[in-house]
Write a protein that binds this ligand. Structure first.
Ligand SMILES: [Zn+2]
Ligand SMILES: [Zn+2]
Length: 337
């Protein structure tokens, strides 16, 4: 039997990517019969599917966020294990994006498709690193898919923060972080840089952080902000969701230096618009070099780009002699939560 072309058995639908011979969607944006979920961010892991396949960590995140609504039946697949669904086999392979994040590797009659989900290539102490998989069709994100996006080394950004902390012992450093992934990674990066003081957490960050710890991620001393006076925060690092940077919640803090950890901090206007004094370019998405490196590593003849800045990556792939197209899937955010 001839090997089927990937485009004959996987396609983009209004609900999301659909694998015909497996009868499932990947990261569907509407409730459907059967879903394979790449990771726990709320735009990829939505509630209400009848059957869900995901890593144990992603299932735990979905349970924490949605309770009973996480799905009718929840099936766990650890990294590297293979599950048969319909006529295809699926394995979940580390994507290096957040705890439990996975690429979906789908095989059908000798034809192989990899759906990246969100990913990055640089090491992250809070999750398993991206493992490139050879495939015929690679379906990739492109959140930072423009050559201007080149994320600096994480250690450089962390040193910027610690330098500022040393410079202003009377002030507090308030760092905006997404609750799932960025928060825990920032803590782990601070610890890796030798910072062993307690780090203070806004209440909205505590649940996800405890979930990370329950999977064995060590984060050092952490304290809730609740009930403390201004003096307690002098010289300290406080983490809060980005939205809290601009609200009255910050009045409890002594003259806070507003920082924000995001790949978008590369864009100076964004930092300015959000009143960010100390932008930290720390991203859980691949930058331009990581995206193009990944196209080289997977060796696929065809590339589909799901969401983000798609056109430049499509152009790049085409110039390299690959078939490439933008799917322009809707329902996916610019970054976490
Ligand atoms: Zn994500
Ligand atoms: Zn995404």
């Amino acid at each position: 039997m001839p090997i089927p072309k990937p485009q004959s058995w996987i396609r983009a639908t209004p609900s999301g990517l659909y694998c015909e011979p497996g009868g499932f969607h990947i990261d569907p944006v509407q409730p459907i019969e059967r879903a394979v979920i790449t990771h726990g961010h709320s735009d990829h892991a939505r509630p209400g599917h009848r059957r869900v396949l995901a890593t144990p960590e992603t299932i735990a995140i979905m349970r924490q966020r949605y309770g009973e609504g996480a799905g009718g039946s929840l099936q766990v697949a650890g990294y590297g294990g293979t599950v048969s669904i319909g006529d295809v086999s699926v394995s979940l392979v580390p994507a290096g994006h957040i705890l439990g994040s996975a690429q979906a590797v789908i095989n059908y009659r000798g034809s192989r498709v990899v759906v990246s989900g969100d990913y990055k290539r640089r090491p992250d102490p809070t999750c398993v690193g991206f493992e490139p998989q050879r495939c015929d069709l690679f379906i990739t994100e492109a959140t930072f898919g423009l050559p201007v996006f080149r994320h600096p080394p994480d250690s450089h950004e962390i040193e910027k923060l610690l330098h500022s902390v040393r410079l202003y012992p009377e002030r507090c450093h308030l760092v905006g972080v997404y609750a799932l992934g960025k928060c825990q990674r920032l803590i782990a990066l601070l610890r890796a840089a030798g910072y062993d003081e307690p780090i203070y957490l806004h209440g909205a960050l505590i649940g996800r952080t405890e979930l990370y710890q329950s999977f064995g991620i060590t984060l050092g001393p952490l304290l809730p902000c609740a009930g403390l006076t201004q003096d307690a925060f002098k010289g300290r690092i406080v983490l809060a969701p980005p939205a809290a940077l601009a609200d009255r919640w910050t009045r409890r803090l002594p003259d806070p230096v507003a920082a924000l950890a995001s790949g978008w901090m590369r864009v100076k206007q964004r930092a300015k618009a959000r009143g960010v004094e100390l932008p930290l370019v720390i991203s859980d998405h691949a930058d331009w070099d990581e995206l193009t490196q990944t196209l080289d590593d997977v060796g696929a003849e065809e590339i589909w780009v799901t969401h983000g800045r798609e056109e430049a990556l499509v152009h790049y792939a085409t110039m390299r002699g690959l078939k490439a197209r933008a799917l322009a899937l809707t329902g996916f955010g610019e970054e976490e939560e």
